[in-house]
Design a protein around this ligand. Structure first.
Ligand SMILES: [Zn+2]
Length: 307
């Protein structure tokens, strides 16, 4: 026997259903002439089959595979006996009123997909459905800061999702084994919380940035904690956007430093990191923002500049 592609697809659908994704529920029948659709078994009128919705009437049926077309000619003709009062009659009245709106046409019955507005089945929609289900949920919204370049925003976004190729993440994917320790301090596993928030270098740079901006020296130890702290800072909206951009630049500078430390022939200078952050963010903010700073006031009182 040859393997059938449809059999394989159905097998996958059933496997996904066990995991909680019911693709069948997104595939519906658009009724045409009603000849190829089973009245009781197929889900053509509602999200559930009529057999499930009207069990007492289904129990009266003598032809359980009867088509929609045949049944609509006479609902009661294939019943083993007439409908009696009580629950049976109640279900019967309900069914009749539901069928009132059904109008058969001359076209064939066809399958449609309800994952998009135009009812056409697309692999892309299924893929999105699976991604939504299987990819880790992130509570951090995408934050775009327009005063720094897109590459810096993307970098910060990857940090928020913990998708940077730190040694801990590479080990998780089986890319590297030992050593996993931070190349800068060699005292801790190099994961993103350590590298950008807890490493002695990251803490030193954070202190300089926070003093520069007169926002105290907070003790955040991860991206999430940084976000909580950042949301509570009292600053005007534009200076706050600039400060967010400066944090992005800070993380990017720490990552650049780490890469040079690991891979460049000449070791980078620690004491140049802060100057580099101040200069880069000055150039980017002046080039991209709708405001202009002077270098001296940028260095001394950036948070006081009225925007
Ligand atoms: Zn370290």
């Amino acid at each position: 026997m040859y393997p059938s592609i449809w059999k394989s697809i159905l097998k996958e659908f059933y496997a996904l259903k066990v995991q909680g994704i019911d693709i069948f529920s997104h595939c519906k029948i658009m009724i045409g002439n009603g000849l190829c659709t089973r009245f009781w078994i197929d889900r053509w009128l509602d999200n559930t089959s009529l057999a499930d919705s009207f069990p007492r009437l289904f129990a009266l049926e003598t032809d359980i595979d009867i088509s929609v077309a045949a049944k609509l000619q006479s609902i009661v003709a294939s019943f083993r006996r007439s409908v009696r009062g009580g629950v049976e009659d109640h279900q019967f009245q309900q069914l009749v009123s539901m069928l009132d709106s059904v109008i058969l046409s001359s076209t064939n019955d066809r399958w449609i997909c309800d994952l998009n507005g135009d009812t056409i089945f697309r692999v892309k929609d299924i893929r999105n459905l699976l991604d939504e289900f299987f990819l880790p949920k992130v509570n951090v919204p995408t934050r775009w800061v327009n005063v720094v370049p897109i590459k810096i925003n993307i970098f910060a976004w990857k940090l928020a999702l913990d998708r940077l190729p730190t040694r801990a993440n590479l080990a998780l994917r089986g890319v590297v084994s030992d050593p996993l320790s931070c190349p800068i301090c060699e005292s801790h596993v190099e994961d993103s919380s350590h590298l950008f928030f807890n490493c002695s270098l990251a803490k030193d740079v954070k202190s300089l940035v926070c003093r520069w901006w007169n926002v105290g020296v907070p003790n955040f130890t991860s991206y999430v904690e940084w976000l909580v702290w950042f949301n509570t800072i009292r600053l005007g909206s534009k200076p706050k956007i600039i400060l967010e951009g400066i944090f992005y630049v800070t993380w990017w500078s720490l990552w650049t430093y780490r890469n040079q430390y690991l891979f460049a022939s000449k070791k980078p200078r620690k004491d140049a990191i802060f100057d580099d952050i101040a200069l880069r963010s000055f150039c980017w903010c002046n080039a991209r923002g709708s405001f202009k700073f002077k270098w001296d006031s940028w260095l001394q009182h950036p948070f006081l500049i009225s925007l």
